[in-house]
Design a protein around this ligand. Structure first.
Ligand code: 9MR
Length: 393
């Protein structure tokens, strides 16, 4: 409709009618999408608050009385269990604040920049790359012996110039820009980043893939193209697809399994799947978690739990804090029950450095450490889980 309405060869009076109709259609679609988004978003949050309140122990390991109230760096316990334990850090604080850096290097074996390696941060203009901040972060982490996860090459937003580009007028240009980004960034960090979230959150919550600037101008195979370019730029890096609300057995999780197996069938180099595990979005039972991890493991990919956190629905009570810790304990248990699950990464170092209270005013205290970097109940739950080690079937 818009194309006809823009066609200069058609008389203006005819065009005008088409343009008005096209504008009406577009407004109606946007309104419908807005309503659907609001409705589904609110519904997800209400359901997650409700199901959080129904948390009860599902295994003997989920009895808080049995957790040790002793302290040991998480990375020591994780090494005994044979997995990595990681955290999303604020890059500039990690580089400049010695207390913050020491906390991270003493507790964790893996680190990821919460924002500093995203598209907008590294590639703010079509021909400008900025690596100074990310380089300092990566080098500081590696000097302390930490593995670095790269997050994230291609997300639906990309950068402002990607979202706002006139790509319709330049066939092939966005694909070129995407490949340039992937090749340049992965090439730049070659040998320094263990694993990349190559594509983040491409699966829609309701159907197939999300419609975004990449699907619109490159097509659904932007995913395969990004992975191939990343592999070429650093053949030793492990390449991950990363998404949220895919930890249980819901339709979106089925779509994840289908996506991975389709990519594999096409010979795309994909080595891992990141399950974000923002647990307020997704609170599967222990059996469901393990079943989903098993399904992915059966595809031969490695699994990282990449963005673990769980906001407590307000008002916060001690009873809810125990439920939160039980959920953390369950997640560790599920990971350790499946050999392909090799890393657990928290999305933020502590409660004062978490996206949750900013994005969701009704949720609080999401992480295992408090604002003073002191361990909280989930820390003891996690430590207990790690010390129990792998209990393979
Ligand atoms: O925690 C991140 C927050 O500081 C940023 O404002 C936001 C937008 O870049 O991204 C947050 O991290 C997201 C992550 O990159 C991908 N999965 C969802 C995370 C929470 O929104």
């Amino acid at each position: 409709m818009w194309r006809r309405c823009d066609n200069n060869l058609i008389p203006i009076d005819k065009r005008l009618r088409w343009c008005i109709n096209a504008a009406h259609d577009e407004t109606a679609q946007m309104f419908f999408k807005y309503l659907l988004g609001r409705f589904v978003g609110t519904w997800i949050l209400l359901v997650s608050m409700w199901s959080f309140n129904w948390t009860t122990p599902e295994a003997p390991s989920e009895q808080p009385e049995t957790w040790p109230l002793r302290e040991l760096p998480l990375k020591v316990a994780a090494a005994r269990a044979g997995i990595d334990i990681g955290v999303a850090a604020r890059a500039s604080e990690f580089v400049n604040d010695a207390t913050y850096a020491t906390f991270i290097t003493s507790q964790f074996s893996m680190v990821v920049a919460e924002n500093a390696m995203k598209f907008q941060a590294l590639h703010p203009h079509p021909v400008t790359y900025r690596f100074d901040r990310a380089d300092a972060f990566v080098d500081r982490a590696r000097a302390a012996g930490l593995k670095v996860r790269g997050h994230t090459l291609i997300w639906y937003g990309g950068a402002k110039w990607v979202r706002e580009g006139e790509w319709d007028d330049q066939p092939g240009a966005l694909e070129q820009a995407m490949l340039d980004h992937v090749t340049t960034v992965v090439g730049h960090f070659r040998g320094r980043v263990c694993c990349w979230d190559v594509v983040n959150e491409a699966i829609s919550g309701y159907w197939g893939l999300r419609r975004n600037v990449w699907t619109k101008h490159i097509g659904q195979d932007f995913i395969a193209k990004a992975f191939r370019a990343a592999h070429e730029a650093d053949p030793d890096a492990k390449l991950f697809y990363n998404d949220f609300r895919v930890e249980g057995l819901r339709p979106k999780a089925d779509r994840l399994v289908n996506l991975i197996s389709t990519l594999q069938a096409e010979g795309v180099p994909i080595h891992g799947v990141g399950l974000q595990a923002h647990m307020h979005f997704s609170l599967p039972s222990r059996d469901e978690l393990i079943a989903q991890l098993d399904r992915l493991a059966a595809l031969g990919v490695e699994i990282h739990l990449t963005e673990v956190d769980l906001g407590i629905p307000k008002p916060v009570t001690n009873g809810k804090r125990i439920k939160q810790a039980i959920r953390y304990r369950r997640l560790v248990d599920a990971c350790l029950a499946v050999p392909a699950c090799t890393a657990i990464v928290f999305w933020g170092t502590d409660d004062s450095r978490s996206w949750i209270p900013y994005f969701y005013k009704n949720f609080a205290e999401p992480l295992p450490f408090d604002a003073d970097l002191r361990p909280k109940l989930p820390y003891y739950a996690i430590l207990d889980g790690l010390l129990a080690g792998r209990r393979l079937p």
